[in-house]
Design a protein around this ligand. Structure first.
Ligand code: FAD
Length: 448
């Protein structure tokens, strides 16, 4: 049977654009539909604008430190309008780059919503139908708000980059990495930040000691963090919202932001019609090759809710092309993925937390926490943490956890060693780089 395309990709985010480009470069006839902006979550409302806001938010403390180092500088005020204009100019530029990548590689793109009609047919918003030998769903996810009185007035991470003005105060609800990152960003920009998290500690799933330090440092830097607390209701009031917490207290905030979770974009995608199965959260169920139960339909990235990170969506996209178009079945390796949380201080982590490793086998833990030279000199009380979780039997480093400025950069490199199966003794025979914070990773002698 003749198809219009070899591949039709639904979604022009991190995973979809990569898969479309690589397949087209290999000679396949490829089309892609994007209903919103090219670049997807990462470029338009995730990693990129967030990291630029992290940078913006760090200058206040940096200027205070500069004074301690003898500089005559005064922070003045933060100009949200000036920053926002520059931010969106940059995002427009990046969207153009993504469109260019597709165009220059011969991918036909449609600025339209798309849905499945059957295992080989996609329908665009205007009713046009296109057939394809393979269909790749890369529609990502979206923030979801809980169903409680007044929630419609709250914003999510999608809205934060478009605020008319920065609020004087904000309540952020959630304890995941997005909630914590924005709490630190807005705190750094001078917003009075309160954070509610219903659990006992933020950053669930990460190493306990590392989460504890991030939480302490966030409180230390002025974030009013309430653990074991949730929101019950909110209502508009003069100049903000009146919020009732689960502990019965009431307070006013100028803005309320939910960072309480994300859902895969699978609604009204025609999955049922095509026979594609979804799981409990609405995620598309796939095997290790990202293939759904329908042989011609694959799915990658956040819509499959495996590991929801940009580099993972990209890997899954490339493995899909390798499997389907290059005749080289390639499963995606989701083991030992290094990752960073851009709180202040940052957390970089790879492998098992101490708690998870302890459940698995006998371990030794090497850990040190100290005041780093740069901020200690400036008179700041900040602490950092370097931690290795080591298998007692094989001596392999099962987990590496860093809480420190620049931890994201550090963990990328430590991640190579851990992925290669380095032992604690491999770390030990590596000479320290002095004076750095990360030299502690190769100088910790005694397990705790
Ligand atoms: C605030 C925030 C911060 C983040 N920070 C980081 C970070 O620091 N590091 C990191 O690795 N990851 C981060 N992430 C996660 C990262 O952005 C995602 O994992 C990644 O973008 C997933 O890529 P994807 O291709 O699966 O989907 P997306 O990038 O979400 O792309 C999906 C695209 O599909 C489009 N679409 C949806 N439905 C349809 C349809 N029916 N028809 C046509 N188009 C459709 C959407 O408009 C979207 O453009 C962050 C996410 C958020 C929200």
């Amino acid at each position: 049977m003749a198809f219009d395309y070899d591949l039709f990709v639904i979604g022009g985010g991190s995973g979809g654009v990569r898969a479309a480009r690589v397949a087209a470069q290999g000679g396949a006839k490829v089309a892609l539909a994007e209903e919103d902006r090219y670049g997807g979550t990462c470029v338009i409302r995730g990693c990129v604008p967030k990291k630029l806001m992290v940078f913006a938010s760090e200058y206040h403390a940096a200027m205070a430190d500069a004074q301690s180092y003898g500089w005559t500088v005064h922070a003045g005020g933060f100009d949200w309008d000036a920053f926002k204009t520059k931010l969106h100019t940059e995002l427009d530029r990046l969207e153009g780059v993504y469109r260019g990548i597709l165009r220059n590689n011969g991918v036909e793109s449609f600025d339209a919503r798309a849905r499945l009609v059957d295992p080989h047919t996609v329908e665009l918003a205007d009713g046009t139908r296109k057939s394809a030998r393979h269909i790749l769903i890369a529609t990502g996810g979206r923030p979801v708000k809980p169903d409680l009185p007044g929630a419609e007035h709250a914003i999510t991470s999608n809205d934060i980059f478009h605020l008319e003005t920065l609020p004087k105060s904000i309540l952020i609800i959630g304890g995941g990495y997005i909630a914590c990152e924005f709490a630190c960003i807005l705190n750094g920009l001078g917003v009075q930040v309160t954070q509610f998290y219903r659990g006992a500690q933020i950053l669930r799933g990460f190493d306990g000691e590392a989460r504890g330090l991030v939480s302490d440092e966030m409180i230390q830097s002025g974030i009013d963090l309430h653990l074991g607390t949730n929101i019950e209701a909110m209502e508009p009031a003069e100049d903000g919202y009146r919020v009732t917490a689960t502990n019965g207290t009431e307070a006013m905030y100028q803005q309320v932001m939910f960072a309480t979770g994300r859902a895969p974009n699978t609604e009204d995608l025609g999955l049922e019609a095509a026979g594609v199965a979804t799981g409990r959260k609405g995620e598309i169920v796939v095997d290790e090759y990202s293939q759904t139960g329908v042989p011609s339909v694959y799915a990658i990235g956040d819509v499959t809710d495996r590991v929801n990170l940009t580099p993972v969506a990209i890997r899954e996209g490339m493995a899909f092309v390798e499997t389907v178009f290059n005749g080289n079945p390639t499963p995606v390796d989701h083991d030992l993925i290094p990752t960073a949380i851009f709180t202040q201080p940052e957390m970089g982590t790879v492998g098992l937390s101490e708690e998870a490793a302890r459940d698995q086998e006998p371990i030794d833990v090497y850990c040190t926490s100290f005041k780093p030279m740069q901020t200690a000199f400036a008179g700041r009380p900040d602490r950092v943490l370097m931690k290795l979780v080591v298998s007692r039997e094989t001596r392999k480093v099962l987990g590496c956890h860093i809480v420190a400025p620049g931890a994201g950069e550090m963990i990328q490199l430590a991640g190579i060693a851990v992925k290669m199966g380095a032992t604690k003794e491999d770390f030990d025979r590596t000479v320290a780089v002095h004076p750095t914070m990360s030299e502690e990773l190769v100088t910790m002698k005694t397990p705790i």
